[in-house]
Write a new protein. Sequence first.
Length: 419
Amino acid sequence: MSTLLIEGGQPLSGAVEVEGNKNAALPLLAACLLTKDESVLTNVPRIGDVEVMARLILDLGGEVEGIGSSTLRVRCPEMTKDEPDAALVGRLRGSVLLLGPLLARRGRAHLAPPGGDFPARRTIATHLDALEAMGARKIAGVDHVLEAPSGLRPTSIYLYEASVTGTETALLAAAGAPGLTEIRHAACEPHVVELCEFLAQLGVGISGGGTTTIRVEGGGTLRGAEHRLWGDYIEAGSWAVVAAVTGGEIQVHGARAEDMEVVAAVLKRMQIACSMEGAVFTVEQSHPRAAGRITTSLWPGFPSDLVSLVTVLATQAEGQTLVHDWMYELRLFALEQMSGMGADMFLADAHRIIVTGPTRLRGGRMLDTRDLRSGMSLIAAGLAADGQTRVAPLETVERGYSQLVDRLKALGAKIAKVE
């Protein structure tokens, strides 16, 4: 495991290009298993999670060219097994997206408990309910074993929660079920819309992407397709906060204006000067002020994946901010480590933290990257702090941020990766 050594107190400035959205790449790769033809994905993020998904496809008998690059060619003429490698599954929550294609092509799926961030707290009940509604039969046991020997059937589903991956699981399964499936209380995030558009390119009849009701006409023979992933607005927002918290300036290239709107809304409430022109999001040197209250919400509300980063920004903002992430417990717990850096933070409960600023952060500590997003947030804190901060394991953050060390250095960060 690697440690990132950070000499903080340097404003980060310059330009950075975002790659495709991790949370789009994983379902798009799973969708490639629905056809025997070759599909090509470009602008794929060069990150650990994508490599794990690609290797899961190889394990199932598929072919993947370009692993480690931004262009992947995927073919799966024959799916040779219905039980993906348990060790790989245990590293990736997104492996749950394989259930639909496995049931559609093999009539059976055997998945070990998926890993990723907070695996014990994040259930896949919504995914399993959707698959059972389409005729899959769940076999009792520790692993997730489902059978549909007569194939999946179209149905009308109401999702108990508007889960993003739950919606994507239902979409992938519905694409293989002959007839019309209606998914209600569907997630509306951009990566769900992107999956809908890719499925349509494969030949699936689909409508309603981006709304809470999606209709899928599945069961036909699907073809291959080529798709360029949309720029990752979560990554773009991360770079924006890194610049703002260090008092720097940045131009972030490659994200879509319609996705960055939700990020800009919160940054502007914190008096961060930012603007969008074409595909370039610019953050200028600013004096942040407290936003009063920041609450995560379902799309198009403020995304939970950025809540840890804006909490770090709140430590440098004048006044008091209540940050409320009702979606996930534990996400804010990792930020308690910043109290030892001089941050004025009060963790009210598993979902709420009160931050009073501005405070000058002090380095000199080892910070634990307990999950992907809080890990990036702790790096941002180290960049803003006086003195040296160590953040480990760095691999947790590199699961979602490509070439992180090189890009931070290019923006002026004084950092070193130590094995």
